[in-house]
Design a protein around this ligand. Structure first.
Ligand SMILES: NC(=O)c1ccc[n+]([C@@H]2O[C@H](COP(=O)([O-])OP(=O)(O)OC[C@H]3O[C@@H](n4cnc5c(N)ncnc54)[C@H](OP(=O)(O)O)[C@@H]3O)[C@@H](O)[C@H]2O)c1
Length: 315
């Protein structure tokens, strides 16, 4: 069936995989991806029937215009770093306004990607604001599905790639939150889950926890990233006070911090599926193991990551 999609956050790491799937799923319908800057969506340009548009989605009139033509909205916009006000603007106010625009336009279907561990009493601004955003969406009375992934890996992830790059240039890794637990999930499985939800009305009103088949500590993940990229370095777990000091130092540097104090707060709760909510099994998806995917893209010059670097240099 011909379906028009609006993908908010479609230019991001998860969004790119989601858009590839939705182009197939749209059956010749339109796939609109707003972005703050057209250059952010360079990787999406080759996709047929995808319209990349420069827009300010925080502006109600522009948002209303974007939502008006859509049969379903996929909401992926989020930030990992910022002030409490930044988290509120992006994780609470934006979803609230998206829901309002959907109600006004009669666009009932909305899929929102949140995060594992989102809770009103969570220790970080990131997780608390994610929970508040979820609550605002639930209150809107739309045909809503919420997805809560653990940390996501994939060719262009900002996580294992970062630890691999770091170990290529440092003799050891002083690591805050080394014992924090994660259940990493493959970006293609997250994209499959979104498409499955669109195809299955039983997902309406549901919240899914999207977690991979195994649990690892952060130190395990750093070591694996080092080993698979050919630069394994010793990991030096930092005590809490030193981790917070390191995070503060990162926050003072220009650009996005490698790790912020709020990230450390998030890691105080295990980023693993709780088991009370449905997950991949309910969607008929068998999630891929980290070991089956990551070596192919972190594997130095032998891995497919080199092709991504080549693409990025020419984008
Ligand atoms: N990656 C993970 O490990 C992970 C784990 C758990 C949950 N999630 C969730 O999955 C979703 C997608 O994550 P991702 O990793 O794909 O994120 P990402 O790569 O950082 O992409 C974020 C997207 O949001 C847009 N965006 C960012 N800040 C914005 C702002 N202030 N105003 C408007 N648009 C803004 C960006 O669009 P433009 O720059 O083009 O405007 C970009 O398309 C998010 O909800 C995230 O919380 C991700």
């Amino acid at each position: 069936m011909k379906t028009n999609f609006l993908v908010l956050g479609g230019t991001g790491f998860v969004g790119r995989s989601v858009c590839e799937r939705l182009v197939e799923r749209s059956g010749g319908g339109r796939l609109v991806v707003p972005t703050r800057r057209l250059g952010h969506g360079a990787a999406l340009r080759p996709l047929p029937s995808l319209e990349l548009v420069e827009a300010d989605i925080h502006d109600d009139a522009q948002l209303a215009h974007l939502v008006a033509g859509a049969d379903a909205v996929i909401q992926l916009v989020a930030i990992l770093h910022g002030s409490a006000a930044d988290f509120r603007r992006v994780h609470v106010e934006l979803p609230t306004r998206v829901a309002r625009a959907c109600v006004a336009a009669g666009t009932r279907r909305l899929i929102h990607v949140s995060a594992l561990g989102a809770a009103a009493d969570a220790p970080s601004n990131y997780l608390r604001s994610k929970a508040e955003g979820e609550a605002a969406l639930k209150a809107a009375g739309l045909d809503l599905t919420l997805l809560r992934p653990s940390v996501i890996f994939g060719v262009e992830d900002h996580f294992l790639n970062l630890f691999a790059r770091l170990q290529a240039v440092t003799p050891l890794v002083p690591l805050a939150g080394a014992a924090a637990r994660f259940q990493p999930v493959w970006v293609e499985d997250v994209a499959s889950a979104i498409v499955r939800c669109l195809d299955d009305d039983r997902s309406i009103g549901a919240t899914y926890e999207l977690a991979g088949p195994s649990t690892y500590s952060l130190a395990d993940l750093v070591r694996m990233a080092g080993r698979w990229s050919g630069h394994e370095r010793p990991v030096l777990p930092l005590p809490g006070w030193a981790g917070r000091l390191q995070a503060l130092a990162f926050e003072c540097l220009p650009g996005q911090p490698l790790m912020s104090r709020d990230n450390l707060e998030s890691m105080r709760v295990p980023n693993v599926a709780g088991g009370q909510l449905p997950g991949f099994e309910a969607l008929g998806i068998k999630p891929a193991a980290l070991e089956a995917v990551v070596p192919s893209y972190l594997g130095g010059e032998a891995g497919c990551g080199r092709l991504e670097r080549w693409r990025a240099e020419r984008a």
